[in-house]
Design a protein around this ligand. Structure first.
Ligand code: CMC
Length: 378
């Protein structure tokens, strides 16, 4: 007999564990990493420092940051066989290539089977450093260009843009990429971190958990929105068409990408820092059109604020990547590059007090059917 139980579809509003990684207050639009306001980190920190903060739980001293930075730089190269894997699957979506290559890295990682916190941290630092090398190598290989080896001294953000375009980026481009990595690094029980925790909950290793995270991030309801926003901006074409475009999408029951969030009922605080960056970058590049189109989309969505639907982190990110010369199908991968430290941290939290994540499904199908041999079925 099926007992009466409450079903929490989508686990909406369910707390399934505790964390010291990040805190989101969706009512006021507040995000904190390890106690620090996201705005302070976006304006004053670097990706390296924020990754250290997340992974090690405190802001580093200069010596600690230098050592961490050296470990990251030293970890950037990927083995030759991973380049071969990338070549073999180069026609796939960049997220599929990233997922496959991260999975392939498990084959030779010296700590692969070691789920101790120390080994998981080492692997997390390696994966954080190696993932940009994979994404950039794939971009170049599929364009018939030789991969650019990681630079030994550029920062994490500079090195990623350098490996993509084979030239050192302008400081303001690198700064924006760096801010983008900071803003995407950690975000509570989002779908991809939850997937990583589910994998870790079975005592699967970090490569397995990060592979699950990448697979889950791919969907347009999660990491795929920045790509969809840029496609929308291209479709709109001119700022004067934005209002009409949005009306059409909403009237036909569609969703305007880059709006809405499961937790935030007000503006996603991460969007604030990307909005300014998008405007400035557009002006610097002499291409302010995208910022203007998206601003008009935001205006057109004003009535939805009453329902708690505001811009989210992905709304401005797409236009920024586009202005940096990055093709649309790489946008989700950039989100993934930023998120590797967050996945790692949550896997470490999961391991440190592990429990199998295994909820229940309420069965609502038929009962007591009689098995009929196949030759007697009509
Ligand atoms: N445009 C129009 N209506 C929307 C939108 C939107 N972008 N988002 C939510 N709604 C409406 C939705 O139609 C529903 O209306 P009704 O109650 O009349 O059926 C109501 O708001 C609640 O939507 P929901 O899907 O039940 O809410 P959710 O918390 O499950 O969805 C979301 C969150 C992010 C999946 C959703 O807002 C969405 O699909 N947004 C567009 C995709 C997007 O921008 N994703 C990036 C999320 S931020 C990056 C990340 O952290 O992954």
């Amino acid at each position: 007999m099926v007992t009466e139980v409450a079903v929490n579809r989508g686990l909406r509003g369910v707390y399934f564990d505790t964390t010291t990684a990040s805190m989101i207050d969706g009512d006021v639009g507040r995000l904190i990493y390890r106690g620090y306001e996201i705005g302070d980190l976006a304006l004053h920190s670097t990706a390296e420092e924020t990754f250290y903060l997340l992974l090690k739980g405190k802001l580093p001293t200069r010596a600690e940051l230098d050592a961490f930075d050296a470990e990251m730089k030293q970890s950037r190269p990927i083995p030759d066989y991973v380049y071969q894997v990338i070549r073999l699957v180069q026609k796939a979506h960049p997220m599929d290539v990233l997922r496959t290559a991260v999975s392939a890295l498990a084959a030779t990682d010296p700590d692969v089977d070691d789920n101790s916190l120390e080994a998981t941290l080492r692997k997390g630092i390696r994966l954080t450093a190696q993932a940009p090398t994979i994404v950039a190598a794939h971009y170049r290989i599929r364009n018939g260009l030789p991969p650019v080896p990681p630079h030994p001294s550029l920062s994490h953000a500079e090195n990623f843009l350098y490996m993509l375009f084979n030239q050192k980026p302008a400081p303001e481009d690198a700064k924006l990429m760096d801010t983008d990595f900071i803003l995407h690094a950690e975000h509570g029980a989002n779908a991809s971190a939850f997937a990583a925790r589910v994998a870790a909950g079975t005592a699967a290793d970090l490569h397995a958990a990060v592979t699950a995270g990448i697979a889950t991030l791919k969907g347009p309801m999660h990491g795929g929105a920045a790509e969809a926003v840029m496609k929308m901006a291209v479709d709109i074409g001119e700022e004067d068409h934005a209002q009409e475009y949005v009306r059409h999408v909403l009237e036909s029951g569609g969703r305007v990408m880059g709006f809405g969030h499961r937790v935030y009922r007000v503006e996603d605080p991460r969007a604030r820092y990307l909005r300014d960056g998008c405007r400035r970058l557009g002006e610097q590049k002499g291409d302010p059109k995208w910022f203007r189109i998206l601003s008009r989309v935001e205006d057109a969505m004003q009535p939805y604020r009453a329902r708690g639907i505001y811009v989210n982190v992905d709304f401005w990110a797409g236009a920024i990547y586009h202005l940096l010369g990055i093709p649309e199908d790489l946008f989700i991968s950039i989100f993934a590059l930023g998120r590797v430290p967050g996945w790692t941290l949550q896997v470490m939290e999961q391991y440190s007090n592990n429990i199998l994540i295994r909820p229940l499904l309420k069965y609502v199908g038929p009962m007591n059917l009689k098995y009929i041999p196949i030759e007697l079925r009509g």
